[in-house]
Design a protein around this ligand. Structure first.
Ligand code: ATP
Ligand code: MG
Length: 254
């Protein structure tokens, strides 16, 4: 469970209000997709949840633990894929995975059980012995995803994890996310791919200009807006870009 209560964050001494009074609950077992235009505040929100940024105000808890007061406890629970992962170029992929497993104090037997499965799922068996410096963009992304999954976290938080993945890896990751939810874990990911969010998410949250403009299962969202036949893309555009898409005279107002 992830709970944000009235969370705000600004940059440049208040000049940029990135997140404004965000209140949001992500329940275990319900795959949560976080959507929003570029610059809406998704990455800022995610960084606050995982403890990389401190909110100006408001509270964040992860599985009942306060992100500010118990940052280490929260980090232990969470697997995190950042938007631009930092990886060590001079390590092999395998050395990096072992290093991350050690950071999470995984027993060697558990690591040896999990790693081969992940390598197979993401087609990285051959590449894992090579230096990270030699990896393509997608291979780096796969390594970041595997590193987040290695300790089988109770809470999985991923910032645009599908971007750059090939179709098979994207499929595998979606299956893994659904599997985590089926086991009662909490999964929160951001994406710009509306079709993915519409198809696999139990709940979608839409943030625009730092504010949550919608948060509900997609069928409920359609009902709330009275648009039974709409796609998530249409609803997203209405809620976030009404004026550009429908013109200044559009009577639709989020
Ligand atoms: N380090 C920073 N310093 C100043 N402003 C920042 C910083 N990081 C983000 N911002 C601003 O905060 C706002 C929210 O940015 P954020 O990165 O959270 O958006 P996002 O929803 O993740 O966007 P994207 O879809 O492009 O990844 C934007 O206006 C951005 O310019
Ligand atoms: Mg972002």
């Amino acid at each position: 469970m992830i709970q944000l209560t009235s969370v705000s964050k600004s940059y440049n001494r208040g000049a940029v209000q990135a997140v404004k009074g965000l209140t949001l609950t992500v329940e275990p077992g319900k795959l949560f997709g976080f959507l929003g235009p570029n610059g809406a505040g998704k990455t800022t929100t995610i960084k606050m949840i995982v403890g990389l940024l401190h909110p100006d105000s408001g509270t964040i808890s992860v599985c009942g633990k306060d992100a500010l007061k118990e940052p280490l406890a929260v980090k232990r629970l969470v697997g995190f894929v950042p938007d631009s992962p930092f990886l060590y170029n001079r390590m092999t992929g395998m050395a990096y995975l072992r290093f991350i497993a050690d950071v999470f104090r995984m027993p060697v037997e558990a690591r040896e059980r999990v790693v081969p499965t992940l390598l197979k799922q993401f087609g990285m068996e051959d590449a894992v012995g090579s230096l990270v410096a030699s990896y393509s963009h997608g291979m780096r992304q796969k390594l970041a995803v595997m590193a987040a999954l290695i300790h089988e976290p109770d809470v999985l938080i991923m910032d645009e994890p599908i971007s750059g993945l090939d179709p098979l890896s994207a499929f595998q990751l979606k299956e893994i996310m659904r599997g985590y939810c089926a086991r009662g874990k909490t999964v929160f990911f951001s994406t710009h791919v509306m079709e993915v969010a519409e198809r696999i998410c139990d709940v979608v949250g839409i943030i625009s200009k730092g504010e949550l403009v919608a948060c509900a299962p997609f069928p409920v969202l359609k009902k709330q807006l009275g648009e039974q036949d709409a796609t998530l893309e249409q609803i997203f555009l209405e809620l976030t870009h009404a004026e550009q898409v429908f013109g200044p005279d559009s009577d639709y107002r989020p």
